[in-house]
Each structure stands twice: as C-alpha cells, then as structure tokens.
Design a protein around this ligand. Structure first.
Ligand code: URA
Length: 204
C-alpha cells in the first residue's frame, strides 16, 4: 500500500506503531474513537490472529478482544490448547466504528475503504511479527488479508496461502457465534474449537 500525507512513517517497533496508529488520518474513523487499538502479544509470536475491529470495551481499554467476543475466544482457545499469550492478537481495522444511540454505541461494520486503508497497519504488524501462520477470524479479516470476503462459511476450516507464502487458516468470528440461534450454535462452536486447535498445531 502507498504511503501518503495522511500516513505516519512505517513503524520499526511497538512504540512507533502505537504512535503512528494514533496519528493516522488515512480514514475518518479516528475522529469518534477513543483511541487506536494495536495488536497485542509477543513480537516473535509464531501465530497472528486477526479479528475485525475493536468493540466498545476494546476502544475504552486500548486492548484487543477484552469484551464479550474476547471472553468467548479465550474460553474456546483454552479448550483448544491455544495459548493467547503465544499469539499476536490483532484486528483488520484499528479504530472502533459505531453510531451513538442514546448512551450506547452501536457497532458498525467497517466498509471496503476503511478496511483497505487500515491494511497499511496490518501489513506493518505482519512485518514486525513475521508470523509462521495467520488465523483469520471472520469476513473482515479475510477481506483485509485476501481482498475477497466472499464465501466465508465455505472457506472456513481451510488454509489459503497469502502472497508472501504465509499459510492462513480461516474461521468465523467469535461475535458471529454469540449471535447464532441456539439450534445452530453447538455445531459451529465445535467447528470453531477445531479451527483454534488446528491453528495451535500449525505453529507447534
Ligand atoms: N471484535 C473484534 O474483531 N476485535 C476485537 O478486538 C473485539 C471484538
């Protein structure tokens, strides 16, 4: 991706990444968000996990996956033998996108442009971490990493190889599991757990 006047210089370390993210003007999402939420985890992590964007809790805390989706992720990851501490956990988009409704802030999905602009930052994280494998959770992560968000449920459970040769396992997003009707939940939860176990295995 090209750098322009709205884009801070490439980051060489975690502090530069955070400073860069918070001064980023590549898209308008910075305006209403509390802060940018960078990826979290060791810079030498063998696995990078990519979600969509920070939610309400993440926006306030400045850390990824600390709200309900993160809690579900942590529970299933523990069962699957995937250690969050050994992974670099991040999002395709680094600012929370929402519409205010009374006191609440309602999640809005990031659009194509926002995903595209924020790929600059995901690429920076990828070059800092150089993960052995990537786990893409949900359609936004998939769009950011491959340019194509279509067919998530057909592609889940499969590995695609990214342009730089990194294998990427595809799974659903934990927020999707939280919204599923009770009838459909158990099977999809089992599939998600199997995907997380496989991601752990890919880097073991
Ligand atoms: N959903 C995401 O995709 N990422 C977070 O950090 C939290 C919720």
């Amino acid at each position: 991706l090209a750098r322009d006047r709205a884009t801070p210089p490439p980051a060489g370390n975690r502090a530069e990444l955070l400073a860069g993210l918070n001064s980023c003007r590549r898209c308008p999402l910075w305006e209403n968000a509390t802060q940018a939420v960078p990826g979290e985890g060791p810079l030498d992590a063998p696995l990078m996990i990519v979600g969509e964007q920070p939610g309400d809790f993440e926006d306030l805390e400045g850390r990824p996956f600390v709200g309900p989706a993160g809690q579900l992720f942590d529970e299933v990851a523990a069962r699957a033998g995937l250690s969050r501490e050994r992974a670099f956990l991040t999002n395709a988009v680094k600012h929370f996108k929402f519409t205010p409704r009374g006191k609440r802030r309602i999640h809005q999905s990031p659009d194509r442009q926002e995903i595209h602009h924020c790929r600059w930052w995901l690429d920076q994280e990828r070059s800092l971490v150089k993960p052995k494998a990537i786990l893409a959770m949900g359609a936004t992560a998939l769009e950011s990493l491959t340019g194509d968000r279509r067919g998530l449920l057909k592609r889940r459970g499969t590995v695609e190889v990214l342009e730089d040769g990194t294998p990427m396992l595809i799974t659903v997003h934990p927020s999707y599991l939280l919204r599923l009707p009770d009838m459909e939940k158990p099977a999809m939860m089992r599939a998600f757990e199997a995907d997380l176990a496989r991601a752990a295995q890919m880097v073991s």
